[in-house]
Design a protein around this ligand. Sequence first.
Ligand code: SF4
Ligand code: SF4
Length: 417
Amino acid sequence: MSEEEAYEFVKTTLSKEGIVPYAQDELKTVSSVEACINCGICINYCPVVRAVGVDMFTGPRSIAMELSRSPPEFWSCADKVYLCTGCGTCREVCPRRVDIPEVVNLVRSRVFSTRPDLVPKGLHLLREILLRHSLAFEPWADPADKADSRALRLERLGLPSIPDRIESGADILYFPGCQAEERAQEVREAAKLVLEHLGVRYTLMRDFNCCGLPARLMGDRATQQRLAEQIKTKIKSLGVREIVTTCAGCASNLSSVMDEMGLDIHVLHMVEFLFERIGIDRLSDEFRRASGSPVRVAVHDPCHLIRHISRVLAEHSLKILSCIPGVDVVLTGKSDSCCGGGGLVSHHSSVTADAVTRENVVAIFNAGAERVVAPCPLCTAQIERSMFRSDVAIEVDDLTVFIAQRLPLGGDSFAKV
Ligand code: SF4
Ligand code: SF4
């Protein structure tokens, strides 16, 4: 019997017992758990444990321990594994770098494939939308209503509207993500304005579709793969070599998707693009040519940027804000604390998500900030909702919108559209 035949034999035998052996690409995650020394440091830093207590969420260490069980027993941790926001704080503080967020994704995929009845209902609803529309949000029934909503948002922000650019031969693809495509449309429009103003040769994607992160997070590997294939086809037809996105989750997920698909396409968040490609000198010049009233701003750094990509992105955001005249950045001491909106937690347990956000809201309020900016529309929405529920009247902006409002928009750059 060859090695492949032996593997198939074992796989068939195990599947009769409801056991699915780990795939090759999962073994690295599984073996990372073996490094755990049971020190418990991760529990002290987990924002969900801090917000709701160990009785409701037993924390990263116990999730890590789940992988030492035999696969059919994963269902026993389904109630807690869906409460993890995937923030990555545990991995960052772990002395053995145990990759808990990936362990969570792996356990969720096993729960999804063996006991889908235990996946929270809110995630099944999200999956139905993904399957029907290839988007994480129900699209607008009437395009005219969507356009009206977009116009109202832009008017309120004092931003102009420009047409979409969809063309092959552009240098970069601007990828808004589902939230900015269907809900926070001002972020998508602000990104277009920023890129247009800076003279960047960009394009949007015809028939936008989700990057697949929600499917990955709920454990639905087949849908994740299908969405990634759709993206791949569209990117290839556009011929771009780089993707710029304003969503922190899309930035980290699309990087993984490009690697997994063997595509030599660089993915950058807008913050990286502005800092690394446009540069602080040019940005400072641009900001100096515009006017804006003084404002005290607090920053929120999305986990998907600073823990899943690089901490240096938090410095990029600060440096960009610091060169805008009149902007006084106030430090909250909690800018890197999870907003609670990740890991799909807000889709099925808004109580947990809001409890996590509360720490941010209190810190922002105590720092005396007049505004909060976050380089991600999902974090922005979660913090905004929590501010509203806590009766705190501090405005929350996406960073790209905040930047667009402080650029001297108009002039020759818009004539090209
Ligand atoms: S990823 Fe974040 S929420 Fe999840 S267990 Fe780790 S620290 Fe807790
Ligand atoms: S911090 Fe790391 S090594 Fe310590 S208990 Fe948590 S996962 Fe295990």
